[in-house]
Each structure stands twice: as structure tokens, then as C-alpha cells.
Design a protein around this ligand. Structure first.
Ligand SMILES: Nc1nc(=O)c2c([nH]1)NC[C@@H]1CN(c3ccc(C(=O)N[C@@H](CCC(=O)O)C(=O)O)cc3)C=[N+]21
Length: 290
């Protein structure tokens, strides 16, 4: 067995650096940024995210409050309207999946672009899509930062993304394009997935299909960031068949402590930026009123 074992990527140091920056920024405010997180904590992925947030919010100087979605779609819409109007809440994250009958874009529209820290409001998503400064969805931003941590500059890198969701695939394709990588966005109707992923230096997978990515999908030595979180009887699983790719992939992100902590740190950074912008605007409004 002369075969080299695949290395595991851990994002804890990167996350700690981002959180330190956030805490420094937040310290410039009178009171800590306040974010309300709405989540279905029966969903294993959302629960893992909430647990990570609760455990590390203090590192970023953020007051994080986690609540359940109110029962019916009407009640949830009223709940979001109240959050949008609350003077003492800077931001809200509405974790997917939303309860039945609620639609993510409708929810983001009710919340408004200022408090949206998931990058789901059409104004925020649109800003990112046309290359303006934006608040990208945390998971997409985390993948970009992890890729930069691993490769350095991404210019000319061949990247395949598996999954075209609003919170990962689509925004990540834009971020990578802005970094001058060559991006292939694969999705559920891609006819020959392996043909695309096999030529990539970096594969980012967010499909939610455990075992989808095996050795035949990867160029030898390729880097894989696996950000899927699927609940299985054996706990949370990504898309990568770790046993199958071992010794073939060069580096694979690890669960826990891989991209997850960086995602949380990116959400915190969005929250601090939202709070700074909101409080600056409030200050401006009182100045002009006097
Ligand atoms: N609007 C929205 N945006 C999201 O980004 C979003 C969402 N909804 N809904 C739920 C999924 C899931 N997700 C996770 C992020 C970090 C960890 C994480 O930090 N996990 C830990 C622990 C994992 C474990 O317990 O094994 C880790 O990787 O170290 C997990 C899951 C974001 N999601």
C-alpha cells in the first residue's frame, strides 16, 4: 500500500480569522449586532448549523437568537413582518427548509434587503449576479474562501460545481467567475456528470445525494469541497463516498470542522455588515431630522 491517503481540509483557523475580523468591526457599535435565526430544528442540517452558530457567535461579537418558525404560512409571514419592523433586530437568517407553504423568495421580500443575510433577497442576489458589492450566501462565500485558502489565486482554475441551488451553486458560480476561474455548473439534468467533474482541479458538491461522487468522478489529486448535508440513519452525510475516493482525491473537506465553521463565520460577517449599514443609516436619518 504505497498509496498516499487523501488529506482532509479543516476550516477552523480560517473561520477563527474571519470571526476575529467580525468582532473588531462589531466592537465599533454601541451594542452587539442582533440576528434572529428562524429554523426548523427537526431538520438535521438546519439543527447542525444552529448548534454551530450558538457555539461560536460570541467569537464574532454577535447576539444570536434562535427561534422556531411560527406554525402556519400566515403566522410565519406575520412573524417575518414583525422582524422586518423591529428596531432592535439588525438581521435575520431564515434557514431552509422553510415549513410547507412558505417560499424562500417571498420570505426574503418580506424581510427586505437590509436585514437579509442569506443573500436570498432578489436585490442582494441581483447585485451579486451583476458583479456589484453584495452580501453573498454564507455557504457560497465559504466555498470561495476555502478554495482560496487551498489554491491561493483561483485565476485559470477549472472548477466543477454539482448542484445549482440559490444558496450554493448559483452564487458560487458567480463568485468563482469574479475570481477568474473557469466554472462548469452541473445539475440534476446533467447527462454525464463524471465527464465534467473528471477534468476539474476543484469539485464543489452540494447535491444532497450521499455517495454521488466516487473515484471515477475525480481527476487524481483533485480537491473536493463537500457541502451537502443529508440526514441518514448514520448521521449527516455529504455527497462524497469517502472510502471510494481515498488515495485518489488530493484533499477533501471534512465534516465536522471543514467548510461548516467557515460558513458560520461568513454568516456572522454578513450580520456585522448588515448591522453596520443599518445603524449608519439610522444615524444619518436622525441627523437629517435635526
Ligand atoms: N438559508 C439557509 N442557508 C444555509 O446556509 C443553510 C440553510 N438555509 N439550511 C440548512 C443548511 C445546512 N447548513 C449548514 C451549515 C454549517 C454546518 C456546520 O457548521 N456543521 C458542523 C457540524 C456538523 C455535524 O454536526 O456533524 C461542521 O461541519 O463542523 C452544518 C450545516 C447551512 N444551511
Amino acid at each position: 500500500m504505497a498509496e498516499r491517503k487523501t488529506r482532509l481540509f479543516k476550516g477552523l483557523d480560517l473561520a477563527a480569522r474571519i470571526n476575529t475580523e467580525s468582532r473588531t468591526l462589531a466592537a465599533g457599535l454601541d451594542t452587539p449586532p442582533v440576528c434572529l435565526v428562524l429554523a426548523d430544528r427537526d431538520n438535521a442540517g438546519a439543527r447542525a448549523y444552529c448548534e454551530r452558530q450558538a457555539a461560536t457567535a460570541a467569537q464574532a461579537g454577535i447576539d444570536m437568537r434562535i427561534a422556531d418558525y411560527a406554525g402556519t404560512a400566515n403566522a410565519i409571514h406575520a412573524q417575518i413582518d414583525a422582524i422586518a419592523a423591529a428596531a432592535d433586530i439588525d438581521a435575520a437568517a431564515m434557514l431552509l427548509p422553510l415549513p410547507h407553504g412558505c417560499e424562500p423568495v417571498e420570505a426574503a421580500l418580506r424581510l427586505g434587503p437590509e436585514k437579509d443575510v442569506d443573500g436570498l433577497h432578489p436585490l442582494n442576489a441581483g447585485r451579486l449576479a451583476i458583479g456589484l458589492p453584495a452580501r453573498p450566501p454564507a455557504t457560497a462565500m465559504a466555498c470561495l474562501l476555502c478554495a482560496e485558502e487551498i489554491f491561493g489565486a483561483l485565476r485559470g482554475l477549472d472548477v466543477a460545481i454539482v448542484g445549482a441551488s440559490r444558496i450554493v451553486g448559483r452564487p458560487l458560480a458567480t463568485l468563482l467567475l469574479d475570481a477568474e476561474a473557469t466554472v462548469t455548473l452541473c445539475h440534476v439534468a446533467t447527462s454525464d456528470l463524471a465527464a465534467h467533474t473528471r477534468v476539474a482541479d476543484l469539485v464543489v458538491t452540494a447535491a444532497g445525494v450521499p455517495g454521488l461522487i466516487g473515484a471515477g468522478h475525480l481527476k487524481p489529486g483533485a480537491v473536493v469541497l463537500d457541502v451537502a448535508v443529508t440526514a441518514t440513519p448514520d448521521g449527516l452525510r455529504g455527497d462524497v463516498d469517502l472510502a471510494a475516493v481515498d488515495g485518489h482525491a488530493g484533499l477533501v473537506s471534512h465534516v465536522p470542522d471543514g467548510v461548516g465553521p467557515v460558513t458560520t463565520a461568513c454568516l456572522f460577517r454578513n450580520i456585522v455588515e448588515a448591522a453596520l449599514a443599518r445603524r449608519r443609516a439610522a444615524l444619518q436619518a436622525t441627523r437629517t431630522a435635526h
